[in-house]
Write a protein that binds this ligand. Sequence first.
Ligand code: 1OR
Ligand code: 1OR
Length: 318
Amino acid sequence: MNSLFRADNAPPPSRFNRRVSVCAEAFNPDEDEEDSEPRVVHPKTDEQRCRLQESCRDILLFKTLDQEQFSEVLDAMFELLVQPLEHVIDQGDDGDNFYVIERGVYDIVVMGVTVGQYDNKGSFGELALMYNTPRAATIVATQEGALWGLDRATFRRLIVKNNYKKRRMYETFIESVPLLKSLEANERMKIVDVLGSKQFPDGERIITQGEKAECFFIVESGEVKIMIKSKTKAGHADNAEVEITRCSRGHYFGELALVTNKPRAASAYAVGDVKCVVIDVQAFERLLGSCKEIMKRNIAHYEEQLVALFGSSMDLRD
Ligand code: 1OR
Ligand code: 1OR
């Protein structure tokens, strides 16, 4: 990221302080040598802080931080402007910063092949910092954009330390999710490292039919109602929503659009207070690839139920 332009004209932090990568180390918070490093603060105008807060609102990795930790993260972040075709990250490099997208479209390139894209939201660059591994992908800006960077030391002190707590909190739950049974224990823990947890009050819409999909959900507590708008079911007014199923603890939803690359096929609503584990589309692709066969089998089952309910298939698959 040599040519990245810091919005405050200062050189990007920690570029000259890279360490040699060590393969997927187990993190022990009591041995973290970075604990004694001074707190990083990049002063911001009110306007910058507003934009930063907006960009970080839905970042899953920040969702399990407490308020004090979150505000330390915001203090430490610095603004970066990028130009079209700039490489924010190069595969194989050591990790310096974690990035949150304010705006811009970024290609994810692995071994020269574009495997995905970030479209004006999301974050990247957590893997090399979490596991002390070389960068797993190249990230290229396709247009002018703006990012917020978080230096490695602060990321490790706050996010990685918090992951240790997350692993203890979610280990039993994640092991109990039937979909994830076929994964190795360390693969399930990698899901825990990147998941976010979101709460939804009674009646709140979690997924909107027809929208572009960005994440995948597993119900942690409460009940989720799946509703579909149908023009074909006899006796229902056009566009009236009908309930088709409910999901409770350990059940997943929101996989269909990610598997088929189509808009959301149905809407999802909280019934009472609901808590869900949320995984973003990139982590879904990276970590749940081997579970896709199970999901596809269940999707075939949706189609049968769709025919039974509405009398015709709405073509849920590709
Ligand atoms: P990093 O620190 O390794 C590159 O630097 C970043 O790209 C990585 O963290 C992730 O944040 C992001 N495989 C590897 N890295 C990915 C992937 C990915 N998607 C986003 N990143 N995928 C598997 C490709 C075979 C998912 C593609 C959708
Ligand atoms: P999505 O990403 O399309 C809506 O977002 C989610 O509702 C969908 O993924 C599934 O996880 C979930 N048809 C379509 N979506 C369903 C269905 C379904 N059941 C659950 N979802 N069925 C077909 C009948 C209309 C099955 C009903 C039991």
